[in-house]
Design a protein around this ligand. Structure first.
Ligand SMILES: Nc1ncnc2c1ncn2[C@@H]1O[C@H](COP(=O)(O)OP(=O)(O)O)[C@@H](O)[C@H]1O
Ligand SMILES: [Mg+2]
Length: 233
């Protein structure tokens, strides 16, 4: 049994009289500790899949297992607990609090999560030991994304979900952020899912899940994922 298993998951959004099938009988698995890329064009349903996996949205039908938990059967309260304790999120535009320093942003994680790691240590780990007391506006885009990765990692989550984490970065900085995500996936042994529309990123991952029109187009296993240095962006 895989760590993560989607089985026939459907998500229908209704707005007014319109209905959109953002996920259509989605079935796939991810093993524990794996680095996985979810790849597809804009509008394919990638964010929908990630939000369902992260407990930020509820499936219309189907089942989602994460470890022993059947996410699709959790109550609202259990889902809150799951998001709070089990899942770390990284977003395209970082979502940092502008009036808090890098350190204070990471410390927020400790307030929601009793098993949190030491924020100073985690910031050092992402290469920001010298920038902890800077505010987000004083940091580059790549550095801000490092803070947001540190904030997610501080929770020591079983699952790290990243929605277009390099989408707002130039290619060089984007590759540094990917390198960091690869490194932490190994060091913390968390299961990491990275959403992207950039096919160049795919060879990095052990598992590549291609999404198209709300459906899974293919699942590819790379027996030998490449290093960030070997990627042509
Ligand atoms: N909250 C929502 N309400 C209505 N439609 C939505 C909502 N979220 C996503 N959609 C639609 O679902 C489809 C998939 O969206 P999304 O998962 O965001 O794709 P991607 O992340 O691959 O760009 C799109 O057609 C989008 O417009
Ligand atoms: Mg998206």
């Amino acid at each position: 049994m895989s760590y993560i298993a989607f089985h026939d998951v459907t998500k229908e959004y209704r707005t007014g009289g319109e209905s959109v099938l953002a996920a259509n009988k989605v079935t796939f698995e991810i093993e524990k500790g794996e680095l996985c890329v979810v790849l597809g064009p804009s509008g394919a349903g990638k964010t929908t899949i990630l939000n369902l996996l992260g407990g930020m949205d509820k499936a219309t039908s189907g089942s989602i297992m994460v470890g022993e938990k059947e996410i699709t059967k959790l109550s609202g309260r259990e889902l809150t607990e799951y998001r709070r304790l089990d899942v770390g999120f990284v977003f395209q535009f970082y979502n940092l609090m502008p009036n808090l320093t890098a350190l204070e942003n990471v410390e927020l994680a400790r307030q929601v999560c009793p098993n949190a790691l030491d924020p100073v240590e985690v910031l050092k780990q992402v290469g920001l030991g010298e920038r902890m007391n800077n505010f987000p506006a004083q940091l580059s885009g790549g550095e801000q994304q490092r803070v947001s990765i540190a904030r997610a990692l501080c929770k020591n989550p079983a699952l790290l979900l990243c929605d277009e984490p390099t989408g707002a970065l130039d290619s060089k900085t984007g590759l540094q952020v990917l390198s960091l995500l690869k490194e932490v996936s190994e060091k913390y042994q968390s299961t990491v899912a990275i959403i992207t529309h950039n096919g160049a990123i795919a060879p990095l991952a052990k598992r590549v899940i291609r999404v198209k029109n709300g459906s899974i187009e293919s699942v590819q296993i790379n027996d030998h994922p490449v290093d960030v240095d070997d990627i042509a962006w």
